[in-house]
Design a protein around this ligand. Structure first.
Ligand SMILES: [Zn+2]
Length: 340
């Protein structure tokens, strides 16, 4: 199988439905169904679903991930599932402060996830690192404290910092301090932007975070003039992203769940205009996708070929937040694996 790099995958969005059923039983938490397939269907976010209903899926999973054992288990399983699709390097992200309800500390939470990722890495050979998320709608002090936690784990499995959550109502600007803490510590910087909101939100994200990667960037296309299936002119924000070669962590299926049909996704426009792209599943369970499925959609709907995937994965490992030695080894693996 061709070696793949995943840069954008949420730990709490990818828990196996069968594991959710097990954890719910152990914790006496009610589920809408005990059937694996029915639960998988229930979890899937569909276009038009009100955001509170969509977020309820995450809250249910998070409720089940309040112990070190549960976190370690789902981290290991995530690596197993990614490796089964040929992923050789993955960055899994999550918000540690969501997992403190039953008394774990931030350090306990990160330690459990890092241990689970190491379990998975040992078992499969897929190199797995983690990105710590702050949450837009939470108090800026909380994202600053998440950034400090990430900084204290840098070099021990944690490689980056991200901001996730409600992009409509909470601008990135209020979390600038968290990014300044993360930047000073030497963490890799990414940020969800242009997923729900438009170019102004991406501009604010660039300003507040100075990221080298952007989660989604779907609405960057709103800052581009498109004619005959090509981008012919870039606005200021799109120009900055292109000129700085900020890598877009593209999540096609996830965007389709929020209302952009796969054929209308701008990923082909971005590729032809020279943007730096990576292929990502975002929330494998909550959007019912896999890494293999994302590649199949890029190939069959948007015409990506093996040569393009090879370049995309080499670019993605270049944009990864791990150390240079790890990158160099993976670069060789990717170059050989996609050579055909
Ligand atoms: Zn995401």
């Amino acid at each position: 199988m061709e070696p793949k790099v995943v840069l954008h995958d949420h730990l709490d969005g990818g828990v196996r439905p069968s594991t959710i059923i097990d954890l719910a039983r152990r914790n006496d938490v009610a589920l809408p169904t005990q059937d694996v397939q029915e639960l998988a269907d229930w979890f899937t976010i569909v276009p038009g679903m009100p955001f509170p209903d969509a977020w309820a899926r995450f809250y249910l999973v998070i409720e089940l991930l309040q112990s070190a054992d549960a976190l370690r288990l789902v981290a290991r399983e995530a690596v197993e599932d990614l490796a089964a699709d040929g992923v050789v390097y993955a960055e899994l992200r999550f918000a540690p402060l969501n997992h403190l309800a039953d008394g774990m500390t931030g350090d306990d939470v990160v330690a459990a996830v890092v241990a689970g990722l190491s379990d998975g890495e040992r078992e499969t050979g897929c190199v797995a690192r983690t990105i710590i998320c702050g949450i837009r709608e939470n108090d800026p002090d909380e994202s600053a404290s998440a950034a400090r936690l990430a900084a204290s784990w840098l070099g021990r499995g944690v490689v980056g910092f991200d901001l996730a959550g409600n992009e409509f109502d909470f601008g990135a600007g209020m979390h600038a301090e968290a990014y300044s803490i993360a930047r000073d510590a030497g963490l890799g910087l990414t940020i969800h932007a242009g997923e729900m909101a438009g170019p102004a939100s991406i501009a604010e994200a660039l300003d507040a975070a100075s990221p080298t990667r952007i989660g989604h960037g779907l609405h960057l296309v709103d800052d581009c003039e498109v004619r005959d299936g090509r981008i012919i002119e870039l606005g200021n924000v799109a120009r900055q992203v292109l000129d700085r070669q900020i890598t877009l962590e593209v999540c096609v299926t996830s965007n389709s769940c929020l209302g952009t049909p796969v054929p209308e996704h701008p990923v082909r426009l971005y590729q032809d205009a020279g943007f730096s792209l990576s292929v990502n599943p975002d929330d494998r369970a909550i959007t019912t996708t896999t890494v293999a499925r994302e590649y199949e959609l890029w190939r069959s709907v948007h015409g990506f070929d093996a040569g393009e995937f090879r370049e995309i994965n080499l670019g993605a490992i270049g944009a990864a937040f791990c150390d240079d030695n790890t990158k160099a080894a993976l670069r060789t693996t990717i170059a050989r694996g996609w050579a055909g």
